[in-house]
Design a binder for this molecule. Structure first.
Ligand code: NAD
Length: 468
């Protein structure tokens, strides 16, 4: 079903109609998890988590299923996807739909929590994965609803409650998503306020949340600034930061497939995902054929130096940093600002550059893809390591040479390394494994899931239950 812009307000009303406005001792103006004041939000989440500790694992499972079922609703998924694009001005509805559905289907629940047992002459020791309590989670503009849904499922499965700090530019869609999660939880009989936020997300509110004594774990999904902030908080923190994923193509690769995979990965949601291909490093002997095939698969190639300079001035500021207004915009839109009209079959703007070009060095998050030509695969791997900037995030390689694939995996040390596929295979789209939109490279948890949001506790029974 198509929801036009004009219909959105009507559908929002429909989705949130019937909201209970509750006056509680310790929460004012609490409407389905949204509070006026950050301190009240944290206090409510604290009380909720205490109640949650009384629930069984079967209850947790039921609550997670309730969230999934609420969002297994094409109308709702389309609504939040469309609102997300309209509010943030980033990305494409069709891709947001794929990403939101992916999260609902492939984010692990309680099955992710595996206890360990050690038994011997002295009895039985259990290592249990227990909740932290209240988690403070910060979400980006680039995947606002995906991050809220994915974090809610994982953090609740682990027995926590969560206070979200969404990006202020994604306030409306984040509020609706959090309220809808709360309504689903209420219908399933969960304690109130397991997932909360504030009506006006802001840097100030995020700082209150970060410093609040009752917030025991911080999870930041965003750029280097917010990751640094949570890591300097003095609390346990998980940082899911920026990337600049290189895609290496050598002479042994299936060049036609590599070209298509790169265009598909790079253009996914207009290059917003932090895992998406941000620059190509191609071995000289196949570079022309690769570019020819990229052009066949939806690339628009810029060869004119003046035009390239104009593009640089258009999307980067004087300090050669990205202009937010072009983040997540389509190739068609960006080209139109240069006076070039193309149809929507054009998905990526490509150009050959040297390795120092800002398009190579900066994380652009828009479908502009520089290609750097190198003499051989060893040079390609070295350059990929250099331009990944030690983010330890994501890298892609197209090659049939197992030795070189192994070499790159060893040297680049990224959290995700996709071989012979588009980058999104690394988060479970056409690749094995669970999904997440919080990929913790800097702090090492990797592709986060319920078990990431737990503390290990040892429970020792002396002499008993050694039955061998
Ligand atoms: P951003 O860093 O501007 O914002 C992320 C969040 O942090 C927002 O909620 C923002 O309000 C908050 N924030 C930022 N600076 C803050 C400060 N000084 N004080 C308090 N709060 C602050 O990032 P963005 O543009 O929304 O998202 C894109 C970035 O996030 C890219 O760098 C991308 O690679 C990264 N990202 C990483 C992952 C991952 O899993 N590793 C996932 C998505 C996005």
């Amino acid at each position: 079903m198509n929801i036009s812009t004009l219909d959105i307000e009507k559908v929002v009303k429909k989705v949130i109609e019937g909201i209970d406005v509750k006056e509680k001792e310790n929460c004012v103006d609490c409407v389905d998890g949204i509070f006026e004041n950050m301190n009240d939000a944290v206090e409510a989440a604290f009380i909720a988590q205490k109640e949650y500790m009384k629930c069984t694992m079967a209850d947790r499972d039921r609550f997670i299923k309730a969230i999934r079922e609420e969002f297994y609703n094409d109308e709702l998924i389309e609504l939040i996807s469309r609102m997300s694009v309209e509010e943030t001005g980033m990305g494409e509805v069709e891709y947001k739909i794929i990403k939101n559905k992916l999260v609902i289907e492939k984010t692990p629940g309680i099955e992710d929590l595996k206890s360990e047992a050690i038994s011997g002459d002295d009895g039985l020791t259990l290592v249990e994965l227990s909740p932290f309590g209240v988690i403070g989670a910060i979400a980006p503009t680039t995947n606002p609803t995906e991050t809220l849904l994915c974090n809610s499922i994982g953090m609740l499965a682990a027995g926590n409650s969560v206070v979200f700090s969404p990006h202020p530019r994604a306030k409306k869609v984040s509020t609706l998503t959090i309220q809808t999660i709360n309504r689903a939880l209420r219908k399933a009989g969960a304690p109130e306020n397991l997932v909360v936020s504030v009506a006006e997300p802001s840097i100030e509110n995020t700082n209150i949340m970060i410093k609040h004594d009752k917030v025991k774990l911080l999870v930041a999904t965003g750029g280097p600034g917010i990751v640094k902030l949570v890591l300097s908080s003095g609390k346990k923190a998980i940082g899911a930061g920026a990337g600049n994923p290189p895609a290496v193509v050598d002479e042994t690769a299936d060049i036609e497939k590599a070209a298509k995979d790169i265009i598909d990965g790079c253009s996914f949601d207009n290059n917003l995902p932090c895992i998406a291909e941000k620059e190509v490093i191609a071995v000289d002997s196949i570079a022309d054929y690769l570019i020819f095939n990229m052009n066949k698969n939806g690339a628009y190639q810029i060869t004119d130096k003046d035009l390239l300079d104009k593009l640089v001035k258009l999307v980067l500021n004087d300090k050669l940093k990205i202009k937010t207004e072009f983040v997540g915009k389509s190739a068609k839109y960006i080209l139109s600002k240069l006076g070039i009209e193309v149809d929507s079959s054009i998905k990526v703007i490509i150009m050959e550059t040297d390795k120092e070009h800002p398009f190579v060095q900066e994380e652009l998050m828009m479908p502009i893809l520089p290609i750097v030509r190198v003499k051989d695969v060893d040079e390609a791997i070295d350059l990929a390591v250099e331009v990944e900037h030690g983010n330890r995030h994501t890298a892609i390689m197209h090659s049939k040479n197992v030795d070189k694939l192994t070499k790159m995996a060893r040297l680049i040390q990224t959290t995700i390394f996709v071989k012979n596929g588009p980058s999104y295979a690394g988060i479970g789209v056409g690749g094995e494994g669970h999904t997440t939109f919080t990929i913790a490279g800097p702090t090492g948890e990797g592709l986060t899931s319920a078990k990431t949001f737990t503390r290990k506790r040892r429970c020792v029974l002396v002499e008993g239950f050694n039955v061998r």
